[in-house]
Design a binder for this molecule. Structure first.
Ligand code: GLC
Length: 576
């Protein structure tokens, strides 16, 4: 196990700074708040914290529209506050990974303010400017992934600029070496300060097809917007994804991205301390040859369903692991700031609490680095917003307006927006059964509403004191993973691949005489798993049903509904 690198052993935890902890009582999370929660994060057992953007931003896309790559948003604190956070994390043995938004800046970034000034401005070519089509309209039919055309007309200079995301997020021109040089300066700024790496935002979209051909997709804008954000049954979801791929085929996934990733990797590798790069994309090609592009690339296909069934997970693992280049290390997640929350995404409406536990066990036992999303560990759920004025996510606001202009009623439009808005998963962290869930002081209006289920046990304080809570379930799983070599580095071997109701797999280091056996009953009925393995029994290391320490027979392993069973098979101690 000694050969593993820190980011291979680590459990990552994503913090959405706006929503984690409000230290100054203005209803918005900040560094003072995050610093105060470092002990909590340490006690949870996570090893690395990924912060969604903390840079100055007009917040059209809540930080993903960066106006200064080397600053700290005033609402989050100062650079000194950031340093205190970084030092505090390091002192507790946790690493810090920042969000690096390469594809675009804010339209308020000084680079873009310059660029739009005149056609001969030295920064003109830092962004993508094109002449109107002969009829005066946009240069082609490309869409913004956030709704509407991907082109915005700028009357000052009579040209359109390109934006894959919001019109307040103009795309940088990565074919211009000056852009790269400026961005690498920002990268060095943070690496010099001691940050441990970057999560790379939207890397797939850095380049566009230079011929700018029209696409031929048939999805309406409303269908397109919903397709990104709503979890559906697998076949429906796959068909929609395929149509999305047609719609955006000329706007992402260009081979030129690999050159940039290689360059960034080379830069990062000049720093000591094994800094890490994590790609927000699912294409395993971003691992490069396994050692020359990104260290980790998210296995997003795992979460593109409304139900994690044994067959779904097996197919995902078989596909994913076969596609990784030699030496590449997987990376799994079941939720982030863009998606429906784990609890809400995969539940059946009846057994959500049990399903959330099974899925937590899945995430923390699959091969590869797990990335948790804040609040997942206490079972935070999506919040369904009721009113238009509560929406903060401009993608959902665009959907609402599109729906109205399509003739839908305000109620129907709001219902659609509430189901797909990313606000649903970004509500304030629930710390206690107290006003504002302990996120902000009483009486303060928080930037998004607090989910009222904090009063019903969905909060850190109550769950800390309850040995049977989801929080303590996560803690136990995290500690098990960290002290069980086979769960960290063992290969993945599915067992009983025909089983429809339970998922069973082994994690085993090559040549090891023992292995870790994971059996997850993903059904609401008791099951008996007949596991024909070279070992007759397993020693239970972890159980959702208090079986730790028992030796069980594998010929007929009885499983309670939604039981999680993790055991050691073979000789010698599994736990170091
Ligand atoms: C990524 C981020 C998302 C953001 C987008 C544009 O997908 O995860 O939140 O809106 O990039 O930066």
């Amino acid at each position: 196990m000694a050969h593993l690198r820190w980011w291979q052993r680590a459990i990552f935890y994503q913090i959405y700074p706006r929503s984690f902890a409000d230290g100054n009582g203005d209803g918005i999370g900040d560094f003072a708040g995050m610093i105060a929660k470092l002990d909590y994060l340490q006690s949870l057992g996570v090893d690395a914290l990924w912060l969604s953007p903390h840079f100055p931003s007009p917040n059209a896309d809540l930080g993903y529209d960066v106006a200064d790559y080397t600053g700290v948003a005033p609402e989050y604190g100062t650079l000194d506050d950031f340093k205190r956070f970084l030092d505090g994390a390091h002192a507790r043995g946790m690493r810090v990974v920042l969000d690096l938004v390469l594809n675009h800046t804010s339209d308020q970034h000084p680079w873009f303010i310059e660029s739009r000034r005149s056609r001969d401005n030295p920064k003109r070519d830092w962004y993508i400017w094109r002449d109107p089509a002969p009829d005066g309209g946009p240069p082609n039919n490309w869409n913004s992934v956030f709704g509407g055309s991907a082109w915005e007309f700028d009357p000052t200079t009579g040209q359109y600029y390109y934006h894959f995301f919001l019109k307040q997020q103009p795309d940088l021109n990565w074919r211009n070496p000056q852009v790269k040089a400026a961005m690498w300066q920002a990268v060095r700024f943070w690496l010099d300060m001691g940050v441990d790496g970057f999560r790379l935002d939207a890397i797939g979209t850095l380049f566009e097809d230079p011929a700018y051909p029209n696409h031929t997709a048939r999805l309406s804008q409303i269908e397109m917007l919903r397709a990104w954000r709503e979890n559906r049954p697998p076949e429906e979801q796959q068909a929609l994804m395929a149509e999305l791929m047609v719609m955006f085929r000329y706007q992402f996934g260009r081979p030129e991205v690999h050159t940039v990733m290689k360059e960034l990797r080379a830069l990062v590798d000049t720093y000591p301390g094994d800094r890490v790069l994590i790609g927000e994309d699912d294409d395993p090609a971003y691992y490069g040859n396994g050692d020359d592009e990104l260290h980790l690339v998210f296995n997003f296909p795992l979460m593109r369903t409304n139900r994690l069934t044994p067959a779904w997970v097996r197919a995902n693992q078989a596909d994913r692991l076969s596609k990784l280049p030699p030496g590449a290390w997987p990376c799994n997640t079941l939720g982030n700031h863009d998606s429906t929350r784990l609890w809400s995404a995969f539940g059946d409406g009846q057994h959500d609490a049990s399903i959330a536990r099974v899925n937590a066990a899945l995430l923390l036992t699959l091969p590869g680095t797990p990335v948790l999303y804040y609040g997942e560990e206490i079972g935070m759920t999506d919040l369904l917003l009721e009113r238009f004025d509560q929406l903060r996510d401009n993608q959902a606001i665009n959907l609402y307006h599109l729906a109205l202009s399509d003739g839908l009623s305000p109620e129907t439009a709001m219902g659609m927006a509430a189901r797909m808005t990313r606000d649903r998963c970004r509500t304030p962290m629930q710390w206690a059964n107290a006003p504002n869930a302990g996120f902000s002081p009483p009486g303060v209006q928080t930037w998004l509403p607090v989910n009222s289920n904090y009063a019903h046990g969905v909060n850190v304080a109550d769950q800390t004191n309850d040995p049977r809570s989801l929080l303590n379930f996560y803690r136990r799983l995290i500690h098990l993973r960290k002290r069980t070599p086979a769960l960290l580095s063992g290969g993945y071997m599915p067992v009983n691949e025909d089983a429809e109701t339970y998922l069973a797999f082994l994690r085993r280091d090559p040549g090891a005489d023992r292995a870790c056996l994971v059996v997850l009953n993903m059904s609401a009925e008791p099951q008996v798993a007949g596991l024909a393995l070279p070992w007759p029994t397993a020693h239970c290391l972890f159980s959702s049903h208090e079986r730790e320490g028992q030796t069980v027979s594998l010929a007929a392993l009885a499983l309670a509904p939604f039981e999680v069973f993790i055991g050691q098979v073979g000789g010698g101690p599994a736990v170091s």
